[in-house]
Design a binder for this molecule. Structure first.
Ligand SMILES: [Fe+2]
Ligand SMILES: [Fe+2]
Length: 475
């Protein structure tokens, strides 16, 4: 690994932040490390901790060639601290501090707010590992098994990324928050994870692929807006995390693509819509899973109108998606933004102050991105000569946060009475029977190159390896 640019692999904690020169911080993180490993062994992937997995590890932060692929046992994964290279002369790109040199230290006035933002992001990382920890037992192939483990170890690294910021910049409060991040548990009644979607169960692989498509994509948009932050260490951390996040969404999108493809193949072969008879997942079931995962992920963006969001922006802490590419004043004090709202029994679009509408704006960017993925799924369906379209549900459907919470909105955006909504719920959201059917398909397939019947093989393998490569050594 002599090609590393500034990544220290000699230390127990690989890093490119010169930890060696900051003994206090190094010692604090070395103290946290065994507790992280305890958490990983207790709550990480169940049943595969001693197996060799073909994983990529970050060895530099260069755009090209940061990844190194090799067999690793997950508890020996080199979780480290990697910040994207500093941008020379970077200035705060938006808000009240716009134009000032980017902060290398936390500004005292924003300390609490910034800590909260970092903790909320950090909490999602171990949560998803916990949600997915039993799925290895029912993997549809070694290729998929390797992919979920890759996602899991990288979520573990994302936790490291946030814990580094807490330890390096927030003193004792930061250290305490870092401990709490290992103590909360997804779905725990007394000590749950902070955000709702991260307390849902991920009981089967269709749910996992939907989660990686919809919920990891929320992560992409949160990280992208934090990557604009005036607090430079947060910006650099998030910029590097985004390179890892791209793979998670690839796993989600291609996973769903392959489930759709398999359904379509069997529909054509047997000239029927009822592919359950042939052991695949039918398109209406896929649509119901899509509706569920999309709606809970939309909630993660928060209320349409939010003074918190406005304050984060004004304080130069959290920007917009692609803030620096936008051609406006980056202050937004007089700007407006169209927001879809509920007005009595009608859905209307109103111009609202752009600052308070920032959550909704990020949600719009997210929805457009999701739609591009759904379009690609629909292309697969069309290519099989099948006249069905998957659709994103209306943003008001099945929401629990924001102005659509408690409203009865159909997936196509009509407001209906509670009775009608309840009566038709099973058309729109996964039913118990759907979940039992999908669960019944979840039998492990672990011979190299073999795939469960309900999912098509991928177009290609990982890192140029063949599809039948032994991605996880189970023997
Ligand atoms: Fe993550
Ligand atoms: Fe992720």
């Amino acid at each position: 690994m002599s090609e590393n640019r500034g990544v220290d692999y000699v230390e127990r904690i690989p890093n490119n932040v010169s930890l060696r020169e900051n003994r206090r911080l190094l010692r604090a993180l070395e103290d946290w490390q065994p507790r992280f490993l305890e958490w990983w062994k207790e709550m990480g992937p169940e049943g595969f901790q001693a197996k060799d997995v073909y994983l990529r590890t970050a060895i530099s932060v260069d755009r090209q060639g940061w990844a190194h692929f090799d067999y690793v046992r997950m508890p020996e994964y080199r979780w480290g601290i990697f910040l994207a290279e500093p941008e020379p002369g970077r200035v705060v790109p938006f808000g009240d501090h716009k134009g000032q040199p980017a902060w290398q230290d936390v500004p005292g006035e924003h300390r609490g707010t910034l800590r909260r933002l970092i903790v909320t992001q950090g909490d999602t990382e171990p949560a998803s590992v916990e949600q997915q920890r039993h799925l290895g037992r029912t993997c549809p192939s070694l290729y998929d098994l390797r992919n979920i483990f890759q996602v899991n170890v990288e979520e573990g690294r994302h936790l490291w990324a946030m814990v580094y910021l807490l330890h390096a910049h927030f003193g004792r409060d930061g250290r305490e928050e870092a401990e709490e991040l290992l103590r909360r548990r997804s779905g725990d009644r007394d000590n749950p994870r902070i955000l709702g979607a991260f307390n849902e169960r991920t009981p089967d692989w269709l749910s996992f692929f939907m989660f990686a498509f919809f919920t990891d994509r929320d992560g992409k948009y949160q990280l992208a807006s934090l990557a604009e932050s005036g607090f430079d260490p947060l910006s650099r951390t998030c910029r590097f995390m985004l390179t890892e996040e791209a793979h998670h969404m690839f796993v989600g999108e291609t996973g769903v693509t392959r489930v759709v493809q398999r359904a379509c193949e069997l529909m054509r072969e047997h000239r029927t819509d009822d592919v359950r008879r042939y052991g695949a997942i039918d398109l209406p079931t896929i649509q119901r899973y899509l509706n569920f995962h999309c709606s809970v992920s939309l909630d993660l963006f928060g209320s349409e109108l939010s003074t918190n969001a406005a304050n984060f922006y004004t304080a130069s802490l959290k920007g917009r998606f692609e803030e620096t590419k936008k051609d406006d004043d980056h202050a937004l004090k007089d700007a407006t933004y169209p927001v879809t709202e509920l007005d009595g029994g009608r859905v209307v679009v109103r111009q609202e102050p752009a600052l308070t509408a920032l959550n909704e704006r990020l949600r719009d960017d997210y929805i457009a991105d999701c739609q591009r993925g759904v379009d690609r799924w629909n292309r697969v369906i069309r290519d099989h000569g099948i006249d069905v379209e998957l659709r994103l549900p209306h943003r008001g459907f099945n929401r629990e946060i924001g102005m659509f919470a408690g409203a009865y909105v159909t997936p196509d955006g009509r407001i209906v009475h509670k009775e009608e909504w309840e009566a038709r719920r099973d058309e729109w959201l996964p039913t118990r029977a759907d979940q039992e059917y999908v669960a019944s398909l979840m039998a492990p397939v672990t011979a190299p190159g073999k795939f469960a019947n309900w999912i098509a093989p991928p177009a290609r393998g990982i890192n140029g390896k063949p599809v039948d490569f032994e991605y996880v050594r189970l023997a």
